[in-house]
Ligand binder design. Sequence first.
Ligand SMILES: NC(=O)c1ccc[n+]([C@@H]2O[C@H](COP(=O)([O-])OP(=O)(O)OC[C@H]3O[C@@H](n4cnc5c(N)ncnc54)[C@H](OP(=O)(O)O)[C@@H]3O)[C@@H](O)[C@H]2O)c1
Length: 280
Amino acid sequence: MKGRPRDRRALYAILGDPVAHSLSPAIHNAAFHAAGRRARYVARRVSAEECGEIMRALAMDGGGGNVTVPHKERVVPFLDRHTRAVAATGACNTFWARDGEVWGDNTDVEGFMGMWRTATSSLPDRSPVLVLGAGGAARAVLHGLLRSSGISCVLLWNRTVVRAERLAAELDDDRVRPLSDWRASAPAVVVNTTSVGIRGRHAVIELEALHATPNLVIDLVYGRVPTPLCRQAEKLGVASVDGRGMLVLQAEASYARWFGQAPPRDVMGSALEAACRGRE
Ligand SMILES: NC(=O)c1ccc[n+]([C@@H]2O[C@H](COP(=O)([O-])OP(=O)(O)OC[C@H]3O[C@@H](n4cnc5c(N)ncnc54)[C@H](OP(=O)(O)O)[C@@H]3O)[C@@H](O)[C@H]2O)c1
């Protein structure tokens, strides 16, 4: 009996846990289709123990992909070569192979900074910034913020305080101040890089309990809009953006690393809108 013919398309995957909520397959498959690429993109839930080896196997087999929560830091030792963004952040979200070596980059940095520039362009004050979280995404956010103009202070809070303290020590920049209690702050901008809100249930902090109302809330979490934190912001009349803009920008940058050229214009943004509409 004949088996099913083998799917010859190159395989790309987002590796994480949880990963079922991810809209990356929708936007990358739309771009592959529009560009006529023989490739497909899937979401794979992988454990901490297996993520590095699975990443390498995908890349060496002619594909590649992305890494998401909570594995971005864990996969770095499995890379043969990495970009400056990975060296600076200690986190990798994009991988592929070239000349028999597995490469990694962190396109969250440019994804976040693209979103940051647009969202803050008309703000009177963008500092201090309160960054919530000290995981892989926080590393990209901090790296971007500390290199952008007008940032005199970044307050860093994490549920596990010692992790924020360690990250601040690693960054070795006087502008970064770890906080043990987010309530003791009056930020101009709040950036949520924690995974709280993924499942849409609750937000990581209560904006009302801050010392002063912020000018802007940026939530890296995305999905069905608005996220719990964006909902809080709306109630208080505070401007907010969720992670969809960043998702598209970091995905476009990942695509460019894999194929050496930009994806077809606007395809990913349209695919994301369609996927969000489909989930309502
Ligand atoms: N929009 C985008 O393009 C984009 C890009 C990157 C990331 N993200 C999102 O950013 C989030 C974080 O990703 P990541 O890669 O940084 O994950 P990660 O490395 O696993 O870090 C998770 C962070 O969330 C915190 N956290 C988890 N559960 C918590 C809880 N119940 N209360 C308070 N804090 C909690 C962790 O704190 P502890 O240290 O205390 O565990 C840690 O700071 C995810 O939702 C991801 O989807 C979005």
